[in-house]
Design a protein around this ligand. Sequence first.
Ligand code: F3S
Length: 404
Amino acid sequence: MHLTVEEQKMLDGSYGKTVQKCMKVLVALGDIYGAEHMIEVKNVHAPGVSYRVTGNAGLNYVKEASEDAIFRVPMTLNTIGIDYENWEKMGFPKEFAHKQIELVEAYKKMGAITTNTCTPYLTGNVPMMGEHVAWGESSAIVFVNSVIGARTNREGGPTALAAAVTGRVPAYGYHLDENRKGTHLFRVEKELKTDKDFAVLGYFIGQIVGPGVPVIDGISERPTLENFKALGAALASSGAVALYHVVGFTPEASTKEVVIGNDIEPIVFGQAEYDKICAKFSENGPIDFVVIGCPHVSINEMRDIANLVRGKQLKSALWVCTSRQVKDLAERMGYTTTIEEAGGEIVCDTCPVLCFTLERGYKTVATNSGKMAHYAPGLWNLQPTILNVDDCIQAALDGKWEVK
Ligand code: F3S
């Protein structure tokens, strides 16, 4: 691989041991994928920052790096394992919380911005189209590649750290034009209105394409940011999609022809396909737990939830997961008070998938998230039901869901 003088100095150890180790990791990765050179990245979003995921091995790795390295480019942090300010009240064990705080502080020492969210694009980390970045967290990767049109591979904890320390990634994968073309074509023949509809579409497509690049044609109305968020998270969890195109609406897909060949037969997504996925995630009966905010909710979603619960009392537990930044804004708007008065919890910095196991005896969960529904059975032994937000709240108010 060709290295610039500066990159060679990093590899030779001129900037210290951690920089050298990080550059070695990136060169080895580049060699595996046949990269010819490095690319400078504008910023990094670090995954694997929950102590539940890293354990002591990851914590020690980051702490050691923080002894002699400082980030060359800005880094935001993904969702962590605790609510940073509310962990004691929520019942997180002290030892776990302290380890988590140590991990965040080590990242902070190197220059990380402690956003602690899977929606960094809602809290100030908004790359420009065409910019090269190094992002982790599947739902954020697919958003930044597809909706923003910036370029990232799927970074893990160590490679994201290496990218922030060196400001570089090897030039391969989604950084290159040739890997951003569509591999599968889908034609949507059903009107999509809610985030749930987009999550169901994403779940359907992800199962078929795995790590492919789906091109979605036939959507007539411009999806909202929240629709895209739901679509991407489901695509990345039932499959391993890091990039998709929606013809006419995502920045690299002004027409079908620019992203996929004419000879590819479309796979249809209509009412029958929609109903089949819904049937997989729909149970009549008691709902113990309702989770909204996978990925973390925006201020618009927070407002909608507050409007739905205002003046009412929930029978089921409700977690609304979000970033601290969105929560602060929601507090100013009075939304958090409204949700808490109804009996809901606003959970910041973490989520049910990445937090320390909180054993509360729940058996069923309702969610508007394809990703949450995907992980709930394996991680928590929870039977999931996917509903749109209105129905999630109705289920929480009634303590049960009956298929309409
Ligand atoms: Fe975010 Fe946790 Fe879902 S990190 S995308 S809320 S699994």
